[in-house]
Structures are given as C-alpha cells and as structure tokens.
Design a protein around this ligand. Sequence first.
Ligand SMILES: *Cc1c(COP(=O)(O)O)cnc(C)c1O
Ligand SMILES: [Zn+2]
Length: 417
Amino acid sequence: MSYMRSLKCRECGKEYPKEALHVCELCFGPLEVNYEYDRIKEALTRHAIEKREPNMWRYKELLPLDGDPSVGAQVGFTPLVRAKNLGKALGVKELYIKNDAVNFPTLSFKDRVVSVAISRARELGFQIVACASTGNLANSVAANAAACGMESYVFIPHDLEQSKVLGTLVYGATVVSIKGTYDEVNRLCSEIAGKYGWAFVNINIRPYYAEGSKTFGYEIAEQLGWKLPKHIIVPMAGGSLITKISKAFKEFQKLGFVKQTDTRIYGAQAAGCSPIINAVKEGSELIRPVKPNTIAKSLAIGNPADGYYSAKVIRESGGWGESVSDEEIIASMKLLAETEGIFAETAGGVTLGVTKKLIEQGRIPKDESIVVCVTGNGLKTQEALHGKLNEVTVINSRLAEFDELVKANGKEYALKA
Ligand SMILES: *Cc1c(COP(=O)(O)O)cnc(C)c1O
Ligand SMILES: [Zn+2]
C-alpha cells in the first residue's frame, strides 16, 4: 500500500501525477514527493518500525513506491558509532559517526537513493537506467541495475578515481567518460534523457531518488533512541542529502516519533568546490557556480541542483558551513582511521575536517551531541593517499633483520623470558 499522493512543486505548490517529472511547468521549481501524512500517522508506530528487518525499508511508508522495492532490499541500517576516541581527540563529549562507508552493496550512501530510484523507474515502466555521476552514484546504479536485470548507462567526468571507474565497469554497465566537469556531464545527460527517454536516476527520476536519502536521517534518530542530535555535519555535492536529512527529521517530528526541533545542520564542502558554503558565509540566496578543483571528487559539483535549498536548510536550522583544503581532508581521513578504525573516502575527510574547524571556532559546543556523516568508503579513493602515509618496511625473513628494525625505530619491548 502506498502513502504517496502526488508530486508537488516546492515553489508554487502545484500538484502533479506521480510520474517521471521533476520540474514545475508553471514556475520551473523542483518537484517533491507529497505524502498522506495523516494516514501514515495512523498506520505507523515506532514499535512497528523496531520490529522490522534492519534495512532502510523499515520506513517504507515514507518512501515513494507504489509496491515493494524490486532491488536493494538489504540497503541501509548502517552503524551509528559512538566515537569516543575521536571525541577525545576533538575535545567533545558526545560524538557519533553515521557510517555509510559500509552501506550495502557499493559502500556509499548512494545505494539508498538508487534502490528507490530504480525501483520507482521499474514501476513507471522504464527499461534502461542511467545517471550523471561523480563516482559513487555510478557504482550504485551499475550494481543495482545488474541485480534487477536492467541495462545501465553511466556518465562520468574523465578524471574520476580508478576504483570508481573499475567498480562501475565490473557490473557490465556502459560507462561513458566525458571530457569535462560534472556540470557538463549533467547538462549532456539532461539532453540524452530528453531524447532517449531513459530513467536518469538523478535527473528525471530525481524527486523519487532524493527521498531515499531521508532514511539516513531516520536511522540516526532511531539509533539515538528516537532522539535527534543537537548538531549534524553533512557533506554536500548537489545538496540533496542535507535537505533530505532535514526533511526526515521534520517528518519524524510531525509523526510524533521525536520531540526536539532544535537540531542545527551544518554543511561541509571542499575548499576547491564550495559554492554552497560561499553562499552560506555571504548570507546570500544566490549560488554562484564554481569550477571544481579538489581531491574530493565525489563532492565536486560546481553548480549544485539543490544548492539554494541546502543553504536555506542550514540557515533556518541555525547551523553554519565550512570548507577545508586538500591537506586538511587527508589529515582528517587519517585521524578518523587512526582513532576509530574507519576508513572513509575523501568526502569523509571533508566532513570531519569541517567538524573539527567548527568545534575549534566555537560554533559547535563541546558538551552537546554531534553526528558526523560518513557517506563513502576509503578503498574507493586510494589515490588521494598515495605518498601521504608511512612507507611499508621491507626486510628479508630473518629474525635478526626484524631485531634491527625494532632498534632502528627506537622501540624497546620486554622479551619473553
Ligand atoms: C553524492 C555524495 C554526497 C553528497 O550528495 P548530494 O546529495 O548530491 O549532496 C556525499 N558523499 C558522498 C560520498 C557522495 O558520493
Ligand atoms: Zn511551480
């Protein structure tokens, strides 16, 4: 049974049928899925959710499908880690990592949006799925399309990390690399969607796709014992995830699942691509596009589709935003790995680096609950760390050589009697 009523323009409120539409024909505003919340409130309780399987579909009443998902039944319910060591390093009392570096099946939060988008595309009768991607979306579209037997086309900028390209090809997707930035890839994809009529998950299926990100927020609330954190730091590319975490928290308030309404939402971008942060800092409603230049390629969108709404979410929540350099990104990837044993991708370095900065600036207090959103896996962005870690030590398989090594490192260990 579905609780999805219609698509609705975020600007003028005009309602549309639940089809592959994404822009309002009256005002060009973005369309968003509109639910029957009164009916959801009658049908759904916290207790009912708790009894369900640990995956994102435990919130299915709040997701935009008419029937059951056709792919991605195991996606979501990733760990919310109480990060005591990292908290100590940052001097804060209550710190958590929401860890989508281990999301199923392609190790980023994109599996949440893709399982919804592809399932919806199938309900709408599409045969071919496609996407414009900064890397993780490519992996997820290719994998999930393969899992439900659909053909997929993946369009990427030419300078992506090797693992992200290989981790797309392996599923049999047709990968098209464009000589240009993500924003140029995206523009081409809009044209292809118009001409070939395929389901581009983040273009013509975007209203459904974006709803999948809400589950990241629902899970945080449930895993905190049906509470919202006081502060949450979210990485931003197109700016969809941050707006949907906000929507998730508001929906849980509306349904009576959580009480607080005072979560401050902070945005994180790389200094080499920070169009949304620039607008937040300038107090401007206008997002000025930039040309990306950063190792955080998954976040390298210079003209973010939801930039305006992201800045608004941040402003209205009383949050703020920051950006960090490539050096700070790497330092934070190492800090997270060394303190918590979590290997996040460059986007995780961005989010943690920004968190650190905001705590140092006194914008985030040290004695309130903080959630840091880790959205992708470090194994996919290994290039960023080449030459930045300790060297491997090579010796022959002789005990004497190991003894020398210990000595050379200036270490002294008690030997077995
Ligand atoms: C896509 C992506 C994001 C941000 O997504 P938006 O919803 O476009 O802002 C964050 N982290 C990672 C690792 C991503 O791949
Ligand atoms: Zn409109």
